[in-house]
Design a protein around this ligand. Structure first.
Ligand code: GLA
Length: 369
């Protein structure tokens, strides 16, 4: 095999936000929007990277791989470096990249690129690395080359997604379970704020640190607790004084509650109780806004606009926050009306045209040639 084409999707997350790096639960799914890479072996030692959508390309020798000034190339370089830690590339290769995942919309466009490249290189050079390890390598690429201390959710979803299924991942044990997403009269629509506030990645890293501070405060009395997953609200109340350390307290409270909520919501889904599931989505949004403080006025406005509509069963901001999309579960027969009304209201409030995506749940990364 001299050439391979791999498609790796973006993701949604139904519930379980900012829980992955606290070893909690997430409930993502892969979607129809995807990054596609074609990788072809070369006879020399060059790595040629071509981003078709950006009409940009760079090349670098395998032996001289290092961080690039070209932003998009770092997602690829970051992955190549992970392979080079334990494997040798016998030849160079040319990578052609395309993607229809909107960037900065919180749909994990970067994870999709990383996963597509990781999956394709592993197949093309027959390294025999398993999919979970590939997900971890892609995550490392994001952490080391994009500077975001992300959890594992996005890369996991892009590689492990399954058509018409959501997947509950336990980020502590990395065990996972698929559930069919039976929405019947309902469908999922994303509303894209088209905003990505500059502080998104620095605040993300700060949230991680604040959670770690919380864990170390809990450890003063409960030495066995190594992550927020292993803590509960009683421990938090005993160890972190909410008036002395309101930020740490609120961050931990949100995460502990969100972990419980995610498990309970998954039960609602299995029991086909969409109304209860939707209420939990609204509760998650509330927590992300008030306690975790990763929302923004545009996301809050979008959720407020649909909150009292009986045809919208649940809505919340999705992903890291500070922009990107809201995820909404909407009655199919009323979908057009909800889109039109929300678009009008959003235009009035922000002057921006609201972009929406109706979600199909698809398979994770796979070879297409
Ligand atoms: C980003 C990160 C994920 C996860 C979410 C928040 O998408 O990449 O690991 O932490 O934010 O749930």
């Amino acid at each position: 095999m001299q050439s391979i084409t791999v498609k790796a999707p973006g993701r949604i997350n139904l519930i379980g936000e900012h829980t992955d790096y606290n070893n909690g639960f997430v409930l993502p799914a892969a979607i129809q929007k995807a990054a596609t890479v074609t990788i072809e072996k070369r006879v020399d030692r060059l790595v040629l990277m071509n981003a078709v959508d950006l009409n940009d390309s760079i090349s670098i020798l395998l032996e001289e791989i290092k961080p690039s000034e070209i932003h998009w190339a770092n997602y690829i370089i970051g992955v190549i470096v992970q392979f080079q830690k334990n494997h040798n590339f016998p030849t160079g290769f040319s990578i052609t990249l395309k993607s229809d995942i909107p960037m900065g919309a919180g749909l994990s466009s970067s994870a999709a690129i990383e996963c597509a490249v990781a999956y394709a290189l592993n197949e093309l050079f027959a390294f025999g690395i398993d999919k979970m390890e590939l997900a971890l390598m892609a995550q490392k690429a994001e952490q080391e080359y994009a500077g975001v201390q992300c959890g594992i959710m996005d890369q996991f979803a892009s590689l492990f997604g399954k058509k018409d299924q959501v997947v509950l991942l336990d980020c502590k044990t990395m065990e996972y379970q698929y559930f069919p997403l039976l929405l019947e009269d309902y469908t999922i629509v994303l509303f894209d704020t088209q905003i990505k506030h500059a502080l998104a990645s620095s605040e993300y890293n700060t949230r991680r640190l604040e959670c770690e501070v919380g864990v170390s405060m809990i450890q003063t009395k409960f030495a066995q607790v190594n992550c927020l997953r292993e803590a509960n609200l009683d421990m938090l109340n005993e160890c972190v004084n909410a008036s002395l350390h309101p930020i740490v307290y609120n961050r931990c409270k949100y995460v502990i509650e969100e972990m419980e909520r995610t498990l309970a919501a998954t039960e609602n889904l299995v029991a086909n109780d969409l109304a209860a599931f939707g209420e939990k989505m609204f509760a998650t949004h509330e927590g992300l806004t008030k306690l975790y403080e990763v929302s923004c006025v545009e996301l809050d406005a979008l959720v407020a606009m649909v909150k009292n509509k009986k045809e919208v069963i649940g809505a919340r901001m999705m992903g890291g926050g500070f922009g990107g999309c809201t995820i909404n579960i909407v009655k199919k027969t009323e979908l057009n009306k909800v889109i039109v009304n929300t678009s009008d209201a959003y235009k009035q409030k922000t002057g921006k045209d609201l972009v929406h995506y109706i979600v199909n749940i698809e398979d994770g990364a796979h070879i297409t040639n």
